[in-house]
Design a protein around this ligand. Structure first.
Ligand code: CP
Ligand code: NVA
Length: 298
């Protein structure tokens, strides 16, 4: 059987993605630590960037399923000393059952996957963050039901999270309006295949009109720290505030993958307010990734 990877949401069919989201809800509602489908199985986790949620959710998820996770940082492995990616992928995949990789260039994970004999999961690259979208879709479903046909608004940088929202719009069949400053638009290659579900509306207030879900993310992602000052200037009109949320539908929810910067991309009033579901969203990383691991490994 061909090894299935999860590098992009588009690696799975819409039906498989929906199945994983429903399974995540089920696992969350019926916690049973005697259910150990991954007993004796090992997940290798390679982090070339920092993480709180991704690391803890994968590690806890493997433990709860009876398996084990190994944290690998380039600082402590030969990867950091220049061992070829291809060799590392062959060696690591010969000893573990699944590999999660968080890295910079997207080509690092595609090359790694080509040489891995076990499933490779994208724990974030500069281009995509698909695991976060499983959790976001689960969270929307829990609070508001099916997202099919709903209007989602992305406010801010056309970054890895925005790209995964574009892919999610295709897979889960919702419309996505993106409000971003000029020069910070999403990758045209990702937009190209998403068709007329996606529109770019530079004004964030206008973009949020009649929206069912408003999402934002940091202005400077990991690896862009030196652009922080320039970005604060470029994005200053793009903070999600109560005024922004007032444009959306009454029942709209607010999401952010976290970590957040209150007073930059979102006001404290919104992220700590009644429409925000960010902490359920964060917790759902655990349940959604358990469902993903179960799907890929059993
Ligand atoms: N949202 C997210 O991926 O968080 P971490 O960077 O803490 O893993
Ligand atoms: N866009 C952010 C997401 C962090 C989870 C980054 O890449 O740093």
């Amino acid at each position: 059987m061909q090894t299935r990877h999860f590098i992009s949401l588009l690696d799975l069919s819409p039906q498989e993605l929906n199945q994983i989201v429903q399974r995540a809800i089920e696992l969350k509602n019926n916690r049973d630590y005697n259910y150990q489908p991954l007993k004796g199985r090992v997940l290798g986790m390679i982090f070339e960037k920092s993480s709180t949620r991704t690391r803890i959710s994968f590690e806890a998820g493997m433990a709860q399923f009876g398996g084990h996770a190994i944290f690998l940082s380039p600082r402590d492995t030969q990867l950091g000393r220049g061992e070829p990616l291809e060799d590392s992928a062959k060696v690591i995949s010969s000893m573990v059952d699944c590999i999660m990789l968080r890295t910079h260039a997207h080509t690092t994970i595609t090359t790694f996957a080509e040489h891995s004999s076990v499933p490779v999961i994208n724990g974030l690259t500069d281009l995509l963050h698909p695991c976060q979208l499983l959790a976001d879709m689960q969270t929307y479903f829990e609070y508001r039901g099916d997202i099919q046909g709903k209007k989602v608004t992305w406010v801010g940088d056309g970054n890895n999270m925005c790209h995964s929202y574009i892919n999610a719009a295709r897979a889960f069949d919702f419309t996505l309006t993106i409000a971003c400053p000029q020069g910070y638009e999403p990758d045209p290659g990702i937009l190209e295949h998403a068709g007329n579900r996606i529109s770019i509306v530079p004004n964030p207030l206008e973009a949020c009109e009649n929206s069912d879900l408003v999402v934002t993310d940091v202005w400077a992602s990991m690896g862009q720290e030196e652009e922080q000052q320039k970005r604060v200037q470029a994005f200053k009109e793009y903070q999600v505030t109560s005024e922004t949320m007032a444009q959306a539908n009454k029942g709209a929810v607010f999401m952010h993958c976290l970590p957040a910067h209150r007073g930059e991309e979102v006001s404290a009033e919104v992220i700590d307010g009644p429409q925000s579901v960010v902490f359920a969203e964060a917790e759902n990383r655990l349940h959604a990734q358990k469902a993903l691991l179960e799907f890929l490994l059993t």
